[in-house]
Design a protein around this ligand. Structure first.
Ligand SMILES: [Cu+2]
Length: 154
């Protein structure tokens, strides 16, 4: 008998909890954030006051987007670059048009490929705050850890 009562008490408690849940469901559901996500952001600085930021742009939206520009208070200028092979020579080209991120796709900025180039780095902080401007997703701000020189993987 006492078992039956405990069982009923549990049922009531569950009903109360579920009631609470359905109450909160009347609020606006959490939006499935369309747009861009950044993964694996890291920066590498050199003693020559230049540096690079590598990261992965993940586009969760149903339309393509484009990284238009980037800035950080740590450097005077940030440019979008890409290392490309021309014959047997590797060249670093400026990509002022930015980086297109396909719908539902991703673009990897990595050593030996696309990257953000930092010029006139003011100091060598442990991390830097980076602002990214996208054509559709707007502005994204993130904190990028600075790796010691040579620590980055290819
Ligand atoms: Cu570069």
């Amino acid at each position: 008998m006492s078992h039956g009562r405990e069982g009923r008490a549990v049922v009531v408690l569950v009903a109360v909890l579920m009631g609470g849940c359905s109450c909160s469901e009347t609020q606006a559901p959490l939006p499935v954030q369309p747009g861009l996500r950044v993964e694996r952001a890291r920066a590498r600085l050199t003693p020559a006051q230049v540096g690079a930021v590598y990261l992965t742009l993940v586009n969760t939206a149903a339309q393509e987007d484009r990284l238009l520009s980037a800035e950080t208070s740590t450097a005077e200028r940030v440019e979008m670059h890409e290392v490309v092979a021309q014959g047997e020579v590797l060249r670093m080209l400026a990509r002022p048009e930015g980086f297109v991120v396909p719908a539902g796709g991703r673009v990897e900025l990595r050593p030996g490929g696309k990257h953000l180039m930092l010029y006139s780095v003011r100091d060598a902080p442990a991390q830097l705050s980076l602002t990214l401007h996208f054509e559709k997703a707007g502005t994204l701000q993130l904190v990028v850890p600075v790796s010691p020189p040579g620590a980055d993987e290819p």
